[in-house]
Design a protein around this ligand. Structure first.
Ligand code: GLC
Length: 575
């Protein structure tokens, strides 16, 4: 199934160091490009559709790379585009070295990586090591060959409990709802062993105690590093190692425990040996190739374990993503995040949205406390105002920040998708993540007045999820050049962030006195200082102007008595 690079004229493997904006000397001065990189997540299904079939693809992304360069991001993380039956939108990989035909070919991936590097953008690809697709050759052979097949050792096959093995081997539940086990049929058709899948039944978990699994992933890492990628986002990085004996959990509300406790299937200490071995491979390559952990752990302190100096480079800060628009809570999570990363000398990361959660413009449009999967549109005007303010706050913090495609357009979640168009497997398994992830995966509006708004080449053409009619007014084309647009706010913020020596990498902030509900902090550099003020209240607040205003998410009024920070707004100041 693996595709080969058939183009004999293909020049030698590219070095992964983009020439344009980040020189090696600059990187070294900052301690590594990834210490303050702004990384833009592309969800390939929904970014840009080059061939008009309604599904985004690699040629579509490639054609839009100049947009990302102009936006001012440093790197692009691509969600999976590998050969996959798409039972979980590509997070069910059937061949880790092949591009799914729906997204293009390996040559398209090669061209995309090269073009990105020419534009000064780095490329991070998604690696899915916790589970494969049930269509992966190993799993298919394991089923075909039946009990005793050595390939069964590469997954977790177990006999069932009960008189006839009719009960699952333990009480673990799938993140997507229902039991984490599915029973197989033996080659003669009789009911056989069960296999473990922490996610959908089409996603069997690998057995990382089996050396063939570890060998295979080291080889996959090298394959993509040789292709020139600058790093990997590691899916479910906390899940690879399971507690010996796969012990029962003894609880039937396991999802509620996630994130509060170390589980027998999540955040086991054994995962760290894997990342130490991967780090050695990453370090063999020139240009600081990185690993980023998607690790849902009970605390930021435990997340820090994944980014110790001999492990991965970054980990997502989901505690920050889960924090509401509230000054006290934000200050606390910012402090804890910075404090936790300091001892391991890893950059703190910040993220507000991704392909698994309700977009922050919609989260902030709703009352607090609803979590990260929300079904109601809420107050859109309020949500957007807060989202813009939250973005400026995030981009002012020390470390690296993640932007999810479309947030720069202020896109809300689509909360009213009809059931018949939904594709998220968790929707069909009901419980789990609530099944509302399709709402943040709706294709991007680029231009024009008719759907798919430039997502595909043909007006009136298809898109795999329908876009709301009002998205015509949110397109890149409409927002470009409008100084009040969210897109121009992001462009300005990223340009200022690049230009301000006090922004970007760092390990701490100095909190300044501020009225209740207002966050104010200072960051210093030899060339000049910077202050960020964020008013999280629903009322304007008057404060003494901290310096010269650089940027604001809403129009701040400067008066003789000071500056009036509008409700739910953030401003940046040069001091
Ligand atoms: C990660 C991905 C999510 C996927 C899951 C299973 O959490 O971000 O989209 O469903 O892993 O691979």
């Amino acid at each position: 199934m693996t595709q080969n690079l058939a183009d004999a004229s293909r020049p030698a493997v590219p070095a992964a160091v983009p020439a344009a904006r980040t020189t090696a000397a600059n990187d070294a001065a900052r301690g590594g490009w990834w210490r303050d990189a702004v990384i833009y997540q592309v969800y390939p299904r929904s970014f840009a559709d080059g061939n008009g079939d309604g599904m985004g693809d690699l040629p579509g992304i490639r054609a839009r790379l100049p947009y990302l360069r102009d936006l001012g991001v440093d790197a692009v993380w691509l969600s999976p585009f590998y050969a996959s039956p798409q039972a979980d939108a590509g997070y069910d990989v059937a061949d880790y070295r092949a591009v799914d035909p729906m997204f293009g070919t390996l040559l398209d991936a090669d061209a995309l990586i090269r073009d990105a590097h020419d534009l000064g953008l780095r490329i991070i690809v998604d690696l899915v090591p916790n589970h494969s697709s049930d269509q992966h050759e190993w799993f298919q052979r394991a089923l075909r060959e039946g009990p005793g097949s050595p390939l069964r050792e590469r997954y977790h096959f177990r006999p069932g409990k009960g008189e006839d093995g009719e009960l699952p081997p333990n009480d673990w539940e799938s993140i997507f709802g229902g039991p984490a086990w599915t029973r197989t049929a033996d080659p003669d058709g009789t009911p056989g062993d069960w296999y473990l899948h922490l996610f959908a039944p089409e996603q069997p978990d690998f057995n990382w105690d089996n050396p063939a699994v570890a060998d295979e992933f080291r080889s996959i890492l090298r394959f993509w590093l040789d292709m020139g990628v600058d790093g990997f986002r590691i899916d479910v990085a906390h899940g690879l190692v399971k507690a010996p004996g796969l012990p029962d959990l003894g609880s039937h509300d396991q999802l509620k425990l996630l994130g509060n406790d170390v589980m027998p299937f999540f955040d086991q200490d054994g995962v760290h040996a894997i990342y130490r071995s991967w780090r050695q491979i990453l370090d063999e390559y020139p240009g600081a190739r990185i690993g980023v952990a998607e690790a849902w752990t009970p605390t930021v302190q435990r997340t820090a374990n994944y980014v110790r100096p001999d492990e991965l480079h970054q980990a997502f800060n989901f505690q920050y993503l889960g924090t509401g628009w509230d000054a006290d809570a934000l200050r606390e999570v910012i402090d804890v995040s910075l404090d936790s990363m300091r001892p391991v000398q890893a950059p703190t990361t910040w993220v507000l949205s991704n392909h698994d959660v309700t977009r922050h413009a919609t989260r902030f449009a709703n009352p607090p406390g609803l979590g990260t999967q929300i079904r109601t549109a809420g107050d859109r005007v309020l949500g957007l105002r807060r989202a813009r303010a939250a973005t400026l706050l995030m981009l002012a913090l020390p470390g690296s920040a993640y932007i999810y495609q479309g947030e720069e357009l202020g896109l809300p979640d689509v909360t009213d998708l009809p059931d018949e168009v939904r594709q998220d497997p968790s929707f069909f398994r009901q419980a789990g993540q609530d099944g509302f992830r399709d709402g943040c995966r709706v294709p991007i509006p680029w231009s024009g007045t008719e759907a798919p708004y430039g997502f595909g080449p043909n007006p009136g053409g298809p898109s795999w999820l329908p876009q709301p009619a009002e998205w015509a007014g949110l397109s890149v084309e409409v927002q470009t050049g409008d100084p009040t647009s969210t897109l121009e706010l992001y462009r300005s913020a990223l340009a200022v962030r690049r230009a301000q020596p006090a922004l970007g990498a760092g390990t701490g902030v100095e909190w300044l006195p501020a009225p209740a509900g207002v966050l104010a902090f200072r960051r210093d550099a030899a060339e000049g200082s910077f202050v960020c003020t964020a008013n999280t209240t629903g009322e304007p607040v008057l404060i003494p102007a901290p310096g010269r205003m650089l940027l604001s998410s809403a129009e701040a009024v400067e008066t003789e008595n000071g500056v009036e920070l509008p409700a739910d707004s953030t401003a940046w100041w040069a001091v």
